[in-house]
Design a protein around this ligand. Structure first.
Ligand SMILES: [Zn+2]
Length: 342
């Protein structure tokens, strides 16, 4: 499940300064990372490094190097939050990995005049990302005034995939399959021996009960998950909720679920959410069935026909916009005008 909000902030002078500095530091680190990798690449090409020596430094290793070496030389690096620094390196590593796979061009340096560095603030302490009517608590920056009051969270978009991916559900399903096999084997044996399958032995009854109990536990687990999802959404008091129509491809990845079962579950969850939204008075939107939420670029609107299900990161072939696949889809759904109101 992904939710995203977009809002404009009104920063004080010192906050602006802090953000500028952090952006500068992140840009510096991303460029240092690229330099380091170019250097390693060249050494490798010249034959200075042999096959066994690493000719690519990972974001993790570089982060360690930043903490132990670079920070001594440039103590101002510490003025930027460590998580934001890490994130920019991880992004840079992604860019290199895409390059090695032949999916992208060689990573370019970040320039000051085309601000393409993003800052990332994960929730670090209790109270981070608390939202008031007119302000918001951002880690390392502090409380920031919002430009428009009382408007966050403005819209919520969910993308529900694979309810059964939780390890507990998977384990239970595995057990259930095993028990079901055992039960049917018992029936087979009884039939072979000439016994009636209408009546069952005490052992078969026991096995049947355990299968039923497993079914019940799985149902409870699912219901609990659904209620939690719905609660998390409704609690935000969004102005509207947009859901995708009939998109169960994500759920189809679980090959053990028959299509109809997965579809039915998706419907039941959506129906629950719709009823809840109706009670509270939240507009419930269903996006057009053919709206390509995953394939559309959120930045320029280009429809990327070649996007495959396995591509977890959306890279726009036209404008180069790069975002998590699901987040890109979620943003598109939030802003789409192709919807009907349920
Ligand atoms: Zn684009």
């Amino acid at each position: 499940m992904l939710k995203s909000f977009k809002t404009e902030l009104r920063l004080t002078e010192s906050q602006t300064d802090k953000v500028r500095r952090s952006l500068g530091i992140c840009r510096f680190l991303a460029n240092q990372y690229i330099v380091r990798n170019i250097w390693l690449c060249r050494l490798y090409q010249r034959g200075v490094l042999d096959e066994k020596q690493p000719h690519f430094i990972t974001a993790n290793d570089f982060d360690k190097c930043v903490n132990h070496v670079l920070k001594k030389k440039f103590p101002w690096i510490d003025q930027c939050g460590s998580k934001a620094r890490k994130k920019v390196l991880v992004n840079a590593e992604q860019a290199f990995r895409r390059f090695f796979k032949g999916q992208a061009r060689f990573p370019r340096f970040k320039r000051k005049n085309q601000q393409n560095v993003k800052l990332y603030f994960p929730k670090n302490n209790k109270g981070d990302w608390t939202i008031w009517r007119h302000k918001i608590q951002i880690p390392t920056i502090g409380r920031v005034r919002l430009k428009e009051f009382g408007y966050l969270p403005q819209g919520v978009t969910i993308k529900i995939e694979n309810i059964n991916t939780s390890s507990r559900a998977r384990r239970l399903e595995k057990r259930l399959r095993r028990e079901q096999r055992r039960l049917s084997r018992k029936y087979e044996i009884r039939k072979k021996k000439g016994g009636s399958t209408a009546t069952a032995s005490a052992n078969i009854e026991k096995k049947r009960l355990s299968v039923q109990k497993l079914h019940q536990r799985l149902t409870n687990l699912r219901r609990n998950y659904e209620n939690q999802v719905i609660h998390a959404l409704v609690e935000q008091k969004p102005r509207f909720i947009t859901v995708e129509d009939l998109n169960v491809t994500g759920m189809m990845k679980n090959r053990h679920l028959s299509k109809s079962v997965a579809q039915q579950r998706f419907y039941s969850l959506r129906e629950k959410l719709r009823r809840k939204a109706e009670i509270i008075g939240i507009e419930f939107r269903i996006a057009d069935r053919f709206y390509p939420s995953s394939k559309t670029c959120h930045a320029c609107g280009h429809v990327h026909g070649g996007l495959k299900l396995k591509d977890r990161i959306y890279v726009c072939p036209v404008c180069g916009y790069t975002e998590d696949r699901d987040l890109n889809a979620a943003l598109n759904l939030r802003d789409t005008k192709n919807y009907r109101i349920a």
